[in-house]
Design a protein around this ligand. Structure first.
Ligand SMILES: Nc1ncnc2c1ncn2[C@@H]1O[C@H](COP(=O)(O)OP(=O)(O)OP(=O)(O)O)[C@@H](O)[C@H]1O
Ligand SMILES: [Mg+2]
Length: 317
């Protein structure tokens, strides 16, 4: 038993997604193309992670911001419908809910239009740091998008949650080395750093996997777990443990939220005390199931389902 109120606190990027599939092209002029499916989802590096973790049995607290608009109302309802605690979700009439229009192609790739909204404006006050840290695993998802939190505030929050004894995981939204200062600020308090390899390369300016991990270990990260898209994931711990795991061989519907689902799967693995290889495989199973449906975490249903999938699905060559 843990003395913590929650298994998981997921802080940061919560977005309302409207997704369509299969997208081929923007119609000429004011035309209209027919497509097969349109759906809604709560997404984002914190939002997808919170819902996928809750579906797999973690008691989960959502920490972020939305507007008092239709999208925000839906995001809060949707989170609550999966049993996610929304007491720490801030909402203000003057904010707009972070929102994406996602056009998923037949191959699963998903160009998007995004309005940043409240992810950039919400602030966790110092008085609430202990409440946020009252979880076994605390996830900061979306560093680089959290304008009001990025930098010193996120650093102070993560320092405080580590002092509360939480295990910390960090995922980013980063396109270049311009985002490095925001990421750098939290790395000393990061147990598991889980960006995509594209983001790790953009932040570090380095190409080689081992060089990239060293770059982040030198900045205070205990463990790097980089996701490599269809090529799997790479694990590197400061204790010298390193390995690569292939991705599962699946029919991809939509890769939206794959990295965020990975964060959730890894949190489940940490709470259950899995060994590192099983943890990475379980996180990848969560991502793979995510990719089989349209909209973040649509394909994730329960711990047992993900566990069975992991044990029965072949991996890619
Ligand atoms: N085409 C694919 N086939 C199988 N698995 C995939 C595929 N694409 C992604 N995955 C799985 O999803 C995980 C995370 O994917 P990826 O590296 O694309 O994350 P990301 O770029 O951070 O995504 P996001 O935009 O959601 O943050 C991978 O480690 C892999 O297990
Ligand atoms: Mg990602």
């Amino acid at each position: 038993m843990s003395d913590k109120q929650f298994d998981y606190a997921s802080i940061g990027f919560y977005t309302f997604d409207c997704l369509g599939w299969p997208f081929t092209a923007v119609p000429e002029g004011g035309g209209c193309n027919m497509i097969d499916e349109i759906t809604l989802a709560v997404s984002g590096a914190a939002g997808t992670a919170a819902i996928a973790a809750a579906k797999m049995g973690l008691s989960t607290s959502a920490v972020g911001g939305v507007g008092e608009d239709m999208m925000g109302e839906w995001v809060l309802k949707r989170l609550a419908s999966f049993g996610v605690d929304t007491a720490m979700m801030q909402h203000r009439p003057e904010w707009k809910t972070s929102t994406s229009i996602v056009t998923t192609r037949g191959d699963g790739s998903r160009p998007a239009l995004h309005m940043k909204g409240a992810t950039g404006t919400f602030v966790v006050e110092e008085a609430d740091f202990a409440k946020v840290g009252n979880a076994r695993v605390v996830h900061l998802g979306g560093v680089g998008l959290m304008d009001a939190m990025d930098g010193e505030r996120n650093a102070a929050l993560m320092r405080a949650v580590k002092a509360e004894g939480a295990i910390t995981t960090v995922d980013v939204f980063a396109g270049s080395s311009n985002d490095l200062p925001d990421v750098d600020a939290v790395l000393p308090y990061t147990d598991y750093f889980m960006p995509s390899i594209e983001e790790a390369r953009a932040l570090s300016g380095l190409d080689d996997l081992a060089d990239c991990t060293k770059f982040f270990h030198d900045r205070g990260v205990s463990c790097c777990v980089f996701t490599l898209g269809g090529d799997g994931a790479y694990y590197s711990h400061q204790d010298g443990t390193r390995f690569r795991v292939p991705a599962f061989d699946i029919n991809v519907k939509c890769t939206c939220g794959c990295g965020d689902a990975f964060d959730a799967g890894y949190a489940v693995a940490l709470v259950r005390g899995f060994d590192p290889v099983t943890a990475v495989r379980f996180a990848q199973a969560t991502s793979a199931l995510n990719a089989t449906g349209l909209g973040s975490q649509a394909g994730v249903t329960s711990f047992e389902h993900t566990w069975a999938f992991m044990n029965t699905t072949p991996t890619r060559a």
